[in-house]
Design a protein around this ligand. Structure first.
Ligand SMILES: C[S@@+](CC[C@H](N)C(=O)[O-])C[C@H]1O[C@@H](n2cnc3c(N)ncnc32)[C@H](O)[C@@H]1O
Length: 266
């Protein structure tokens, strides 16, 4: 394969991803393993480890058709497609993340199994009963209209389908440390409590198979020692250290909680 920079140098996020991949000693012209990119493309609390744990808890069959909502660079979708061999549709609102996801699908040889759609979670371009599983990690805090969000997830899931997610939830006191990874200021942050998440899902026809608060478990874990690797979220997140520090402090002080769940539709 000829050098990829020729095609991507005009596109900022793609050029930055390629530069980081090369700086990490990986060769983008040869197929990369999705797990080798984990520190770059799992854009949520707990990173690749949290995605692996949710995958194990959700018990997704290999022939499942999966939708990943707010997929970012589609790191979780590549984990699912590579481990299970399933097909994943990703929806993502940001054109930059869509472009980065398409590039990384290609570099990992998973572009046949993962499709990227640029659209909103509030207006999913799929017929009713399309998916066996809807997957969503760290997206709800950006979405004010959770009633429409959960209504859309319910609509596209087949009867008996699964909704597997990880979310930030509101804690006992208001968030006061900004910027956070998902919000520059309070006007961008739409957190509801874990009880409100459970009630809203229940009233939209979802039944809990698993719903747990993992804040303390997350805080008790020593952050993974990434060393000085060029593969970090900092490739596309400004002020990463400050935002991650504020998120950790908010969790420690109970201003936010980390929850995950696996719910089934009736
Ligand atoms: C913190 S990132 C998580 C990315 C990915 N789920 C992951 O865990 O690697 C949140 C993502 O949700 C996307 N997003 C936020 N609101 C959205 C909406 N209404 N529709 C589609 N995507 C949305 C953002 O553009 C961003 O890529």
């Amino acid at each position: 394969m000829e050098s990829l920079e020729k095609h991507y140098s005009a596109c900022d996020i793609e050029a930055r991803i390629l530069a980081a991949v090369r700086a990490a000693g990986l060769i983008p012209e040869q197929h990369l393993s999705p797990e080798a990119l984990g520190a770059l493309d799992h854009f949520h609390t707990g990173g690749l480890r949290a995605s692996r744990e949710l995958l194990e808890l959700a018990k997704i069959p290999p022939d499942a058709r999966v939708l990943d909502i707010g997929a970012g660079l589609a790191g979780p979708a590549r984990l699912l497609a590579s481990v299970l061999g399933c097909h994943v549709d990703c929806i993502e609102m940001s054109p930059d993340f869509c472009a980065g996801a398409v590039l990384l699908n290609r570099l990992t040889g998973l572009d046949e199994r993962i499709k990227i759609h640029k659209c909103s979670a509030l207006d999913l371009p799929f017929p009713d009963d399309s998916f066996d599983v809807v997957w969503m990690q760290n997206v709800g805090m950006n979405i004010a209209d959770k009633q429409t969000l959960y209504g859309e997830i319910y609509r596209v899931l087949k009867p008996g389908g699964l909704y597997a997610f990880q979310e930030m939830a509101a804690g006992e006191t208001l968030t006061s440390y900004f910027p956070l990874p998902w919000a520059t200021d309070p006007a961008d942050s739409f957190l509801i409590s874990s009880e409100e998440i459970r009630l809203l899902l229940g009233s939209n026809g979802f039944i809990a198979e698993l719903f747990e608060d993992t804040s303390d478990a997350h805080l008790s874990m020593t952050p993974a020692d990434m060393g000085p690797s060029p593969l970090t979220l900092g490739v596309y997140v400004d002020n990463l250290a400050q935002k991650a520090g504020n998120a950790r402090r908010s969790l420690q002080e109970g201003q936010i909680r980390l929850v995950r769940g696996v719910f089934r539709v009736e």
